[in-house]
Design a protein around this ligand. Structure first.
Ligand code: 3HC
Ligand code: NAI
Length: 692
């Protein structure tokens, strides 16, 4: 039963019981109505209390039901709320832990609300690209005021119940046992009539027009490609400008409109994608994990420093090991400076600054790290250096320690073979800057222990990363795909594009940064180094030589003051470069290519479908467990536009047959050999199916 019914003296208690968060799916909604019917027909019952079992009052409508007939099947949430609001006996919501979305709307339909302190109160629908669709936009302003309601609805941010204690949202904040307080409250108000209804409260805000106009302007400027935030303002405005029932209808229409948008579907995909990524079919949730109370990092360079900060931020002491004192001092100084900058921006208190810096130690001696629960290697990307380090780690680390590598391209199984404990070895691939970027690729080797994988997934949560499991292959999920994207970007230059055209087209599509601006930021020499290896190892794979020519000119990017673009001292803004553009045009001529005008659509399709096609290969090979994992990698690590849901989800929205047709067309063009349609893509397209 998804809601339990019990009678406690003169009070009936309906307890939502739909784990994990008492989502208001069809069965739960029906059970609430059943409970209400029982309470209303039982003469001994004078009042009703509604609460939630487990870890939430209610997390809201069941998002999994959206876009399915169950979502609107009767009793709808509107009907449930109506049954409660029009009940002839008082209904009290007993709120604890979480009251979000439809959960809060349900509570707003009750006559009274008693809350425990520390409960998270929110209308977070906007984060899913929708708006509260069961009266939230009409009722919340009536109890917490227009401004506060608008802020809560437009931001979706939870507010702790004690912060709302003085508003009409709560009749009582229960310091002791919540249920005792709620039942006592229900007994107290059992005979009070008329029953108070939030819908009857008048919103008192004389200059509401000015405020709403101001809100429209600010929200419009911040909403980007998402339609929901502005619709939230319009719905809240209706709470002041329309009669209650008209406002409810207006809100409902906007909800129905938004729930069908691709932007909302993309946000919901990301919500579930993030949670699905933590699940590995053969590693059940009860797999034992190893405690991580201390950590060590090898190498205090760009990555090592950022990785160490993640541990300190999570309160875990970490020791960084370097070869030379100078490199160690430099690394520690960079970390300190990073924290100082955060403190200067007011985002870190002096106490926290001291605490975090105090958790990071430096050493030159392996003996000092032997007792760490986990060690993450972030030394040069060279298999010989990795071999030395892992042999040493095998000697000094205590039994049971996790030995991780931050390698971006090297074979984790080979690295594991340098030790006598391959079950303890795993790849933990952070992204630069490692203290900022959300993505953590967790690379599962052939012999990685299940407990090591489970611990790594748990750790990713602890250090606030989105952990995505990848199998072992060159570049793992993210970099293996980006290579195909970069190859297309290079070929586009040979055929007729200039860097700024490519960057602008893909940035207009929504990417945070185009491939050439990105190259200048990350350093073009990194790709050069990788390609030189590829030319030997995989001579059959073709690349545009333009990027090599650029590096031969010494133009490594921002760090050398020049890359695909020119840079002025102290200014990160890219300026189109005449010398580079001349070099590109000359290179086309040297290849005998007649340059042509290329549309933005072609640029976007070639870059994005290159990701999709390789993503399909990765999925088919089992390197990624599911398409949404690939999307999470791209949303959290590569600046893929969130409103498009990730490359695989985007391909689904375009239609896989359309993607296939374009790929087949490009396969006939310049460097068409780069387009070998993935079998999985071809199969799904032929069957009219999708990745997700
Ligand atoms: N519907 C369906 N499933 C939900 C859900 C919901 N509203 N909220 C959470 N879940 C599921 C998650 O998918 C996850 O499932 P899994 O275990 O199978 O992966 C499980 O509940 C636990 O979720 P979390 O890992 O996020 O648990 P936390 O304890 O960290 O957080 C939470 C709990 C704060 C409730 C968080 O899950 C959350 O923010 N949920 C979304 C809340 C939301 O957006 N509600 C509005 C829904 S839309 C709505 O109500 C429309 C209405 O206005 C008509
Ligand atoms: P880096 O060159 O900035 O830092 C490497 C550090 O390791 C240097 O400080 C060096 O002194 C130290 N070091 C080298 N050999 C050592 C040894 N034997 N013992 C102890 N310290 C040693 O390199 P970066 O960029 O930090 O990369 C490190 C690793 O992280 C590489 O495997 C790289 O592929 C990977 N990586 C890099 C990313 C990036 O964007 N820079 C992103 C993700 C992974």
């Amino acid at each position: 039963m998804t809601a339990e019914y019990k009678v406690n003296g003169a009070v009936a208690v309906i307890t939502l019981n739909n784990p994990p968060v008492n989502g208001l799916g069809h069965a739960t909604r029906s059970a609430i109505v059943e409970g209400m019917k029982k309470a209303l027909s039982d003469n001994a019952v004078k009042a009703v209390v509604i609460t939630g079992a487990g870890k939430a009052f209610s997390g809201g409508a069941d998002i999994k039901e959206f876009n399915s007939p169950k979502a609107s099947a009767e009793p709808s949430l509107h009907t449930v709320i109506n049954v409660i609001e029009t009940s002839s006996k008082p209904v009290v919501a007993a709120i604890h832990s979480v009251a979000m979305g439809g959960g809060l709307e349900l509570a707003l339909g009750c006559h009274y609300r008693v809350a425990a302190p520390g409960a998270q109160i929110a209308l977070p629908e906007v984060k899913l690209g929708i708006l509260p669709g069961a009266g939230g936009t009409q009722r919340l302003p009536r109890v917490v005021g227009l401004e506060m309601a608008l802020n809560m609805i437009v931001s979706g941010t939870p507010v702790p119940s004690e912060k709302l204690a003085k508003t009409a949202l709560f009749n009582q904040l229960a310091e002791g046992d919540l249920m005792e307080a709620a039942v006592a409250f229900a007994n107290k108000v059992a005979d009070v009539r008329p029953l108070p209804k939030v819908r009857d409260i008048k919103i008192d805000y004389p200059n509401y027009e000015g405020f709403l106009q101001f809100s429209r302007n600010t929200v419009k400027a911040m909403a980007g490609p998402f339609p929901a935030p502005l619709k939230c303002v319009e719905a809240v405005a209706a709470a002041v400008t329309m009669k209650f029932d008209d406002g409810i209808k207006f809100e409902r229409d906007l909800f129905v409109e938004l729930v069908q948008t691709t932007e909302s579907k993309a946000l919901r995909h990301a919500f579930f994608g993030e949670r699905a990524a933590t699940k590995v079919p053969d590693v059940p949730e009860d797999t034992p994990t190893r405690p991580i109370k201390s950590a060590a990092v090898i190498g205090a360079g760009t990555m090592g420093g950022g990785i160490a900060m993640n541990f300190a931020n999570a309160g875990i002491p970490v020791t960084i090991l370097e070869m030379k004192q100078e490199a160690l001092d430099k690394g520690l100084a960079t970390i300190r400076k990073n924290y100082e900058n955060t403190m200067k921006k007011g985002k870190l208190t002096p106490e926290k600054f001291e605490q975090r810096v105090g958790l990071i130690k430096g050493t030159l001696s392996y003996e000092e790290i032997g007792q760490a629960d986990i060690v993450i290697e972030a030394v040069f990307e060279d298999i010989g250096v990795k071999e030395q380090v892992f042999k040493k780690l095998d000697e000094v680390m205590k039994q049971g320690a996790i030995l991780a590598s931050n390698t971006s391209t090297l074979d984790v199984d080979k690295i594991a073979s340098f030790t006598k404990r391959p079950q303890d070895v795993i790849g933990l691939h952070f992204f630069s800057p490692a203290n900022v970027m959300k993505l953590l690729e967790i690379v599962r080797g052939a012999k990685t222990g299940k407990d090591v994988l489970a611990t790594s997934l748990q750790l990713s949560k602890k250090i606030k990363k989105t952990g995505v499991v990848s199998g072992v292959c060159d570049g793992f999920i993210g970099n293996r795909m980006i290579e195909q994207y970069s190859r297309q970007a290079g070929f586009l230059l040979e055929e007729g594009c200039l860097p700024e055209q490519v960057d602008k087209a893909i940035e207009k599509f929504g990417f945070a940064m185009g491939p050439f601006r990105m190259g200048d930021l990350a350093g073009n020499d990194i790709g050069w180094y990788i390609r030189k290896r590829r030319y030997i190892e995989k001579p059959e794979v073709t690349y545009s030589k333009t990027a090599d020519l650029l590096c031969e000119m010494g133009r490594f990017g921002q760090k050398t003051g020049a890359g695909w673009y020119d840079y002025k001292p102290g200014d990160r803004k890219p300026y189109p470069s005449q010398v580079v553009n001349d070099m590109i045009i000359k290179h086309s001529a040297d290849l005998g290519i007649e340059r042509r005008k290329i549309s933005d659509q072609e640029i976007v399709e070639r870059l994005v479908y290159a990701l999709v096609n390789e993503g399909a290969n990765i999925l088919e090979e089992g390197i990624a467990m599911r398409a949404s994992d690939i999307d999470m990698v791209y949303l959290t690590g590569y600046g893929f536009p969130l409103f498009r849901g990730g490359p695989m989800f985007y391909a689904d929205t375009v239609g896989l047959q359309n993607v296939m047709m374009s790929i087949e067309k490009y396969a006939k063009g310049h460097q068409g050999v780069a387009w070998k349609p993935a079998q999985l893509l071809a199969k799904l397209a032929a069957e009219g199916k999708t990745f997700n």
